[in-house]
Design a protein around this ligand. Structure first.
Ligand code: SF4
Length: 291
């Protein structure tokens, strides 16, 4: 009988923004023993739990407004200026783990909005997403958020537009949106658009498509709350119908192996820790050896 090969996708796992945020959190936790973090540091409940055991306490904006004289970590998604202001008022020290890519995008939006009074800043992104809230905050709430090309009716096409994208949106979706806005623009009015999609995520789509096609069975590991996880999983499933979603090794089932795969691939979202994919591999090996 041919041996079963199990491979972990090298390109899956945390992007450098998340690695950096976790590193900053762990540095603080190793020296001080506890730290507040505004929102989930990563959309993966197991990684959050691992860090919680080391002393990380996840808080929301309501909690932040009640804290004084302490330290709070801002995660990779970034925050609007109001959060920094509140921290200053309450003597809360910020440990800023905003991803440098997001920080640069915030600055570009602020510049476009400040230097072009009367123009509209449009953000292609998910309404209410933490990163988008941070971006909209640069414009004192004035930026128009559109989730897709069907939501462009509240843009005024007789006024100049500056279009940006949330870093994790799809490149194809952005291109469609640009074309739709171009079609509706009034003649002679300026439409400036910036593709601000992070390639740490965008490039994963092609990589994961290839990875899914190359394996008999694909186990996709991700937290259920991760939007990036949902998108990548759907894509894997499109490429290889023998793809399963699990949040942890505990969710593996014998039935997933019913086709007797010879080459199994394990991959995941940008928020999936490498240790979790390794746990899935170890458990699969146990199941296979048992069978
Ligand atoms: S996806 Fe890109 S922009 Fe977002 S946190 Fe990761 S590295 Fe930063």
């Amino acid at each position: 009988m041919q041996p079963v090969i199990i491979e972990i996708d090298e390109d899956s796992g945390f992007c450098f923004g998340v690695v950096n945020a976790i590193k900053k959190a762990e540095e603080e936790l190793d020296t001080v023993g506890s730290l507040y973090c505004l929102g989930d540091i990563v959309h993966n409940s197991d990684e959050v739990e691992r860090l919680s055991k080391k002393g990380l306490k996840i808080i929301d904006h309501d909690d932040l407004s009640k804290l004084t004289d302490t330290k709070v970590l801002l995660r990779a998604h970034g925050e609007p200026p109001a959060t920094y202001k509140l921290a200053l008022t309450n003597n809360v020290e910020i440990v800023d783990a905003t991803c440098p890519v997001v920080l640069a995008l915030q600055k570009r939006i602020l510049k476009a909005w400040t230097e072009n009074p009367g123009a509209q800043v449009v953000i292609y992104g998910k309404k209410g997403h933490a990163e988008v809230n941070g971006l909209v905050g640069q414009t004192q709430g004035e930026a128009i958020v559109v989730e897709n090309e069907n939501e462009i009716d509240n843009i005024d096409f007789s006024k100049q537009i500056f279009l940006f994208s949330q870093t994790t949106k799809s490149l194809e979706g952005f291109k469609i949106l640009v074309e739709k806005i171009k079609e509706r623009m009034n003649e002679g009015v300026n439409f400036v658009y910036y593709d601000t999609i992070c390639r740490q995520v965008a490039n994963r789509m092609d990589n994961i498509r290839k990875f899914a096609r190359e394996h008999d069975l694909v186990i996709f590991v991700s937290g259920k709350k991760s939007s990036n996880g949902k998108v990548l999983f759907e894509e894997c499933k499109k490429q290889n119908s023998n793809t399963y979603f699990v949040s942890s090794a505990d969710e593996l089932e014998m039935s997933m192996l019913s086709d007797k795969p010879r080459l199994i691939g394990i991959c995941g979202a940008t928020s999936t820790p490498k240790w979790q994919m390794q746990e899935v591999k170890d458990k699969l090996l146990t199941i296979i050896n048992y069978v």
